[in-house]
Ligand binder design. Structure first.
Ligand code: SF4
Length: 345
């Protein structure tokens, strides 16, 4: 395949194409031209480098090159002449300005989720970004200074609370953020545990930096009580305390060998060598991939006829690659079935 590609690269160059933009994949492997979080940053750099080795026209590379240090290294190492970045600019339209001015730590990272960009396009909605809702509607959602600055109290230091605090502070409000745990990030910190979700860790670092820079007062280990609210006397209270999981009514659900994905990811519980995952939505599938990466044998039981087919839409590229990873790990998949008894002890 590569030899055929090399022949064509030279042929294209001889035909006058200048430059060549190196990309990969087709509809059956949509996770190459549109690489989700399971693909590494710079996932197609080697293809660009192979092309550059056989042509003399400029070569453009693409594929999760939104991490500035990866893009810079690709050019510095002579793997490509130009980097093409798409989603990095949806997550942060000031990407280039921030790189140019050395403010790379202030770039809001694209986490490769596709929820707000291609995922919305797949639902015939206009493009946006899960992390940057003003993407595509910059004028409509432009942040204006508040006409009347308030004392704003945000309760909850997950990403919803962090974003509310950041935006309120940027608009000129005086903001206090209260988090009952010792760290910010909420459930996203747990979701970021698998290696293939590590961009979420970069997102939390970005948020911590942004709330600090915007002057948000952060109170950790602070369980907010009515007395605290009365004494702070805020003009506005924003409650961003998240939600509690629904525990299905299954016999044995409270046995010691049955655990939630959150407890498992947090390391509060440990899984054995063979693990049954009840629920084949994206969370269940990703837990299965994470466990299989660690050498566990995994079985997914899903009540619907297919995995990741519930109301919570999973973008096509993410779903396709997750299914391929499950297949690669020989995960047993049982659909159209419900679990009625869980756990052995
Ligand atoms: S929606 Fe997700 S994948 Fe798309 S640009 Fe935003 S962070 Fe990146």
């Amino acid at each position: 395949m590569w030899l055929m590609g090399r022949k064509w690269q030279k042929h294209l160059e001889r035909s006058g194409f200048d430059p060549l933009h190196v990309d990969a994949g087709c509809y059956e492997s949509h996770y190459w031209p549109h690489p989700p979080n399971y693909q590494k940053h710079g996932c197609m750099m080697d293809m660009a480098a192979n092309t550059k080795a056989v042509v003399s026209v400029p070569v453009i590379g693409v594929g999760r090159l939104d991490k500035p240090e990866v893009a810079a290294r690709a050019v510095a190492d002579g793997m490509m002449d130009v980097v093409a970045i798409g989603r990095g600019f949806l997550a942060d339209p000031q990407w280039a300005d921030k790189v140019r001015s050395g403010r790379t730590k202030d770039i809001r990272p694209c986490v490769g989720c596709y929820d707000g960009c291609f995922g919305r396009y797949g639902k015939m909605q206009h493009i946006s970004c899960a992390l940057n809702p003003s993407s595509g509607r910059e004028n409509a959602y432009r942040l204006e200074p508040a006409a009347t600055p308030h004392q704003v109290m945000v309760i909850g230091g997950g990403v919803a609370g962090l974003e509310a605090a950041r935006v309120a502070a940027l608009r000129g409000h005086r903001v206090s953020l209260y988090e009952k745990k010792a760290v910010l990030g909420g459930l996203v910190r747990t979701a970021a545990v698998p290696e293939f979700k590590k961009d979420l860790r970069r997102l939390l670092v970005w948020y911590e930096r942004q709330v600090e820079q915007t002057g948000v007062q952060v109170f950790l280990n602070s369980d907010v009580t009515p007395d605290i609210i009365r004494s702070a006397s805020p003009g506005v209270v924003i409650v961003a305390t998240g939600a509690s999981p629904i525990v299905p009514d299954i016999t044995g659900i409270h046995r010691g060998s049955v655990m939630s994905a959150v407890d498992l990811l947090k390391g509060k519980k440990t899984a054995g060598d063979r693990v049954v995952i009840v629920g084949g939505g994206l969370a269940g599938c990703e837990v299965a991939i994470w466990l299989a990466d660690k050498g566990r044998q995994t079985i997914i039981v899903e009540m619907l006829p297919e995995l990741m087919a519930g109301n919570n839409h999973v973008p096509g590229q993410v779903r396709m690659m997750a299914l391929n990873l499950l297949e690669k790990h020989s995960t047993t998949i049982i659909t159209d079935n419900q679990v009625s008894v869980a756990g052995t002890h």
